[in-house]
Design a protein around this ligand. Structure first.
Ligand code: UDP
Length: 235
């Protein structure tokens, strides 16, 4: 196995499946299957989940809502997604814990780093909800932050494209994919992997990022097995 402890970042939008809003139970079930395969191999799995399928602070601000208020709604949306993922995993007998950056003790543990690491050592999947707990951040930043804190080997960013391309493959048919690329190169070429705050935090801490297609069955397992899937960003 190439990695012992991973942090998987899933966007909220990915949970929508073919829907326009909310959570698609079929997609949730598929993701739970993919995650279980990795857990069964003895890999320690932490997950940060987004909230874009329910609410984004920026979208609220665009309609005149106070940005901080909207971000609070977005953070709560990530907790809702976290609960849904937890439930889907537990239906498959995967042990999980949900930890929230916002205290919401009746539904999730508070984020406590040492406790999270202990859960991982015991083979439990730890889902981090509530983002970083602060407005003006994204769940990509939360993913990098938590990955560093729990000493994950890598961030696996599950998306609907199979890696990083020279330009947007959904718009440019001549776009070519990178198997690996350096942080420096991503910045120089102006490629979009994560928001700048998240990306810089990863670079400064030499934490590699793998961008891959989460909707392709078996991909997650192949990555932890050491197969060259997606694009790896490293130093
Ligand atoms: N959010 C926040 N602070 C954080 C993480 C998230 O305020 O640390 C809010 C923000 O409003 C964001 C929303 O939660 O738009 C959902 O997160 P994100 O947009 O990152 O979700 P994704 O795009 O991954 O679904």
């Amino acid at each position: 196995m190439q990695y012992k402890r991973i942090l998987l970042k899933l966007s909220g939008e990915a949970l929508m499946g073919d829907k326009q809003y909310g959570i698609d139970p079929k997609r949730l079930d598929e993701y739970a299957d993919e995650i279980k395969k990795v857990v069964d191999k003895g890999i320690q799995v932490a997950i940060v989940i987004g909230g874009g399928n329910i609410f984004r602070g920026l979208a609220g601000a665009a309609t005149g809502m106070d940005r901080v208020q909207g971000d609070h709604m977005g953070m709560l949306a990530t907790v809702i997604n976290g609960l849904a993922l937890q439930s889907a995993l537990e239906m498959k007998n995967v042990q999980t814990r949900l930890q929230s950056a916002i205290k919401i003790n009746e539904v999730a543990e508070p984020f406590i780093r040492r406790r999270a690491m202990r859960h991982l050592e015991k083979g439990r999947v730890v889902i981090f909800g509530g983002g970083t707990g602060n407005p003006y951040f994204t769940t990509d930043s939360a993913a990098v932050l938590r990955a560093i804190e729990i000493e994950a080997d890598v961030i696996l960013k599950g998306t609907r494209v199979d890696g990083i391309y020279t330009s947007d493959p959904e718009k440019d048919k001549n776009a070519t994919k990178f198997d690996t690329i350096s942080f420096q190169d991503v910045l120089q070429r102006g490629l979009k992997v994560m928001d700048t705050t998240a990306f810089t935090l990863s670079q400064e801490n030499e934490l590699p990022i793998v961008v891959f297609d989460m909707n392709k069955k078996g991909n997650l397992l192949k990555i932890v097995d050491g197969e060259a899937i997606g694009t790896t960003v490293n130093m």
